[in-house]
Design a protein around this ligand. Sequence first.
Ligand SMILES: Cc1cc2nc3c(=O)[nH]c(=O)nc-3n(C[C@H](O)[C@H](O)[C@H](O)COP(=O)(O)OP(=O)(O)OC[C@H]3O[C@@H](n4cnc5c(N)ncnc54)[C@H](O)[C@@H]3O)c2cc1C
Ligand code: FES
Length: 353
Amino acid sequence: MAGLIDLVERLTTPHPLDRYLELVHPTFTLRDMRAEITHVRRGTVGSVTLTLRPNRRWAGHLAGQYVQLGVVIDGVRHTRCYSPVNAQGRRDRHIELTIKAHPGGLVSNYLHEEAIPGMVVDLAPAAGVFHLPEQRPEHVLLISGGSGITPGLSMLRTLANESYQGRVLFLHYNRSPEWVPHRTELEAIAMQHGNIQVEFRYPELGTDPNFGYDELERLAPWFASAQTYLCGPGGLMKAVRTVYEAEQLVDRLHTEEFTLTAAPADSADVEGDVTFSGSAVTTANTGASLLEQAEAAGLTPEYGCRMGICFSCTAVKRSGCTRNMRTGELDADPDQPIQICISAPVGDVDIAI
Ligand SMILES: Cc1cc2nc3c(=O)[nH]c(=O)nc-3n(C[C@H](O)[C@H](O)[C@H](O)COP(=O)(O)OP(=O)(O)OC[C@H]3O[C@@H](n4cnc5c(N)ncnc54)[C@H](O)[C@@H]3O)c2cc1C
Ligand code: FES
């Protein structure tokens, strides 16, 4: 099949075959992965849930993984990562995404306001190591906060579909009940499965405590024998990590963040100039990531996850030294492709943007 496609593409040069097929229907592509939005639900405060029908290139996801979704807004293509909330191995191959409208966020607000059935979006294959292992753990603890509910929801639905027999606690933190997407369904899953417990906590309402050891021990005294999957805002991530570190259980804690938590820059590194030589712009180094410094200078480099996962932001560093904001590693090699969302300049840097 691939050989035949190559042959036909040689005949249709200079345009790839997909450019002709998409004239018939935007999802009729052989190489590009696309999906058509079939349903849009806006029932929960602050988020929208989209059902997508992907084309034949979609190979499914493992519960907890994410996809990259691309949309064109005002003529510019933007990609962002979203974690499907449906169970893995869904028979009709549809994908369900729940997207929180991020204050000031471009793509999330666009989808929140503009998504309608029939709209076609670009997709990349599911990726990420944050997923249920093939050999299901003895017990599973799913902790999430805010929009971080999505990968855990896919895991919970998958375990429920499989009639998983271990204990499951789904512990979710949010502002108030109306902000929790899929809340009624989560409660229904707990009602139907005696081994699954679903708990919601609303610390901002003043009625519930924040995450802590006592709460964990009370809800899931078996937590030390479980694998724990955690996704949420920085404060929750830190609180859970602190407990697991104290209990020497970090090897049982699996985490995913939707935004970058970077160590603050060493003030000695914050010197020199950043030159965006592709745009003939030079600014004083502020110590922020090269992506943020480019944006502050009025440039609009491409990005997706803003946290070193998707490689959408890769650009060539012509000269100078950069620090990887996640690992602290320094890179002084010239003419290297780097991820500008997680690279901070250390002194003078020239980047081909
Ligand atoms: C693995 C992964 C899975 C994810 N899964 C989900 C999910 O299931 N559901 C979900 O709702 N979200 C998810 N996200 C988050 C999602 O990818 C987006 O980050 C989110 O939707 C915001 O995108 P946006 O385009 O609306 O915001 P953006 O426009 O990208 O803005 C987001 C933030 O970036 C910064 N920023 C943007 N532009 C500038 C600028 N010009 N200058 C300085 N700072 C700027 C600001 O801090 C802003 O608040 C996931 C992220 C990752 C990494
Ligand atoms: S934006 Fe995803 S790696 Fe930089």
